[in-house]
Write a protein that binds this ligand. Structure first.
Ligand SMILES: [Zn+2]
Length: 103
């Protein structure tokens, strides 16, 4: 874990999925934005890197998924939580089913 201090320069913004892959956690949550659906999946980065390449823009994660429950293309991406002392949320294997598919 890298500890940041107030006088440190801000970290470079993450603009590609390759940058996201450079440090754990190497997966993310995708949640359907449809009210009443809120379908959720856990998506590992590796298959997306293989499919799109490491220079694919981070924004693609916001626009390339379709909910398999309601069909909506409006989804939100969130990174797993990181607890104090660098303890990272464990990959939820039960949500890793292809609930959301990417296009
Ligand atoms: Zn949905």
């Amino acid at each position: 874990m890298t500890r940041r201090f107030r006088h440190d320069p801000p970290a470079d913004p993450i603009t590609t999925i390759g940058q996201m892959m450079s440090e754990a956690p190497r997966w993310f949550h995708v949640t359907c934005n449809t009210i009443g659906c809120r379908n959720r999946a856990a998506v590992p980065l590796v298959p997306l890197i293989l499919r799109w390449g490491p220079h694919a823009p981070r924004e693609w994660l916001d626009t390339r998924f379709r909910c398999t429950r309601c069909g909506a293309r409006s989804t939100s991406v969130t990174r797993p939580s990181v607890a104090p002392f660098g303890v990272i949320e464990e990959f939820p294997a039960n949500l890793a089913l292809p609930i959301e598919k990417c296009e």
